[in-house]
Design a protein around this ligand. Structure first.
Ligand SMILES: *Cc1c(COP(=O)(O)O)cnc(C)c1O
Length: 222
C-alpha cells in the first residue's frame, strides 16, 4: 500500500510539473468502496488521510471506526432521505446536483457548522450519472450559495468512461472552465476541482484537479 501510494504521488508530481503546478495542491482521496475496515487501516498506515465512499450504508462501519483519524468524503449519488445518515461526519460532500439536495444538507447541518460541498456537473450528459447539466450549474450555485447550512467549495465531475485517458481531457477542461466562470459570476473563491480517477488522474492534474479520487490503483490493481 505504501509503495502504491508513493508511486501515485510520484505520478501526480510529474503531471503537476508538466503543467507548472504545485503537487502539494493536489489531495488524494482514497476510494475505499472496494475494501473493508482492514483496507482503511492499511491506507492510514501508509499515510493517507482522505477517504471517499459512495454509499452511506457501506461507509458507516468505516466512518464510525476511523472517524477521528480520517477525513471522509461522500462521492456517490445521494438521495435526499439519506442525508440525515451523514450526520456531521463528512469533511466534504462531492455530489450536490439539485436544489432539494442542497436544501436537505443545509437543513441537516448543526447550527454554525455549515457542511462543505462541491457541485457535481454531468459533463458528458450521461443519463445514468448524477450531476447538474452544465447550463444549469449557475442557477444551482446561486441557490446553494444562499443557504446558511452549506458552503460551496468547488466543482466535481465523473467524465464518461474512455479507454484512452487523453479522451477525458476535454471534460476536465470543461469543468475547469465552468469553475472559472462560476467564480466570476458568484464572487466565491470555489478553490476545489474534484476530478480524475485511477485511469486518468494525471490528465486531470494537468487540467487543474485539486482532488483526485483513486480506488483501483490503490486497492485493486496488481
Ligand atoms: C469508485 C469511484 C472512484 C474511484 O474510481 P477508480 O477507478 O477505482 O479509481 C472515483 N469517484 C467515484 C465517484 C467513484 O464512485
Amino acid at each position: 500500500m505504501a509503495r502504491r501510494y508513493a508511486a501515485i504521488r510520484e505520478r501526480i508530481a510529474r503531471a503537476a510539473r508538466r503543467a507548472g503546478r504545485d503537487a502539494d495542491a493536489v489531495r488524494v482521496v482514497a476510494v475505499t468502496k472496494y475494501v473493508g475496515v482492514d483496507g482503511v487501516a492499511a491506507a492510514l498506515a501508509a499515510g493517507l488521510r482522505d477517504f471517499g465512499e459512495n454509499r452511506v450504508q457501506d461507509a458507516r462501519p468505516k466512518v464510525e471506526r476511523f472517524g477521528r483519524e480520517a477525513r471522509w468524503h461522500f462521492i456517490g449519488q445521494l438521495q435526499t432521505n439519506k442525508v440525515r445518515y451523514l450526520k456531521d461526519l463528512y469533511f466534504l460532500v462531492h455530489s450536490v446536483d439539485r436544489p432539494r439536495l442542497a436544501e436537505a444538507l443545509s437543513n441537516a447541518a448543526p447550527p454554525g457548522r455549515p457542511q462543505a460541498v462541491l457541485l457535481q456537473v454531468n459533463v458528458g450528459r450521461e443519463p445514468q450519472k448524477g450531476g447538474v447539466a452544465p447550463e444549469e450549474l449557475f442557477d444551482l450555485l446561486r441557490f446553494a450559495a444562499g443557504l446558511p447550512g452549506i458552503r460551496v467549495e468547488g466543482l466535481m465531475a465523473i467524465p464518461p468512461a474512455v479507454a484512452d485517458p487523453e479522451a477525458a481531457r476535454p471534460y476536465f477542461r470543461m469543468l475547469r472552465e465552468l469553475a472559472e466562470r462560476a467564480r466570476e459570476a458568484s464572487g466565491l473563491p470555489l478553490p476545489e476541482l474534484s476530478m480524475g480517477m485511477s485511469g486518468d488522474f494525471e490528465v486531470a492534474v494537468e487540467e487543474g484537479a485539486t482532488i483526485v479520487r483513486i480506488g483501483r490503483a490503490l486497492f485493486v490493481d496488481p
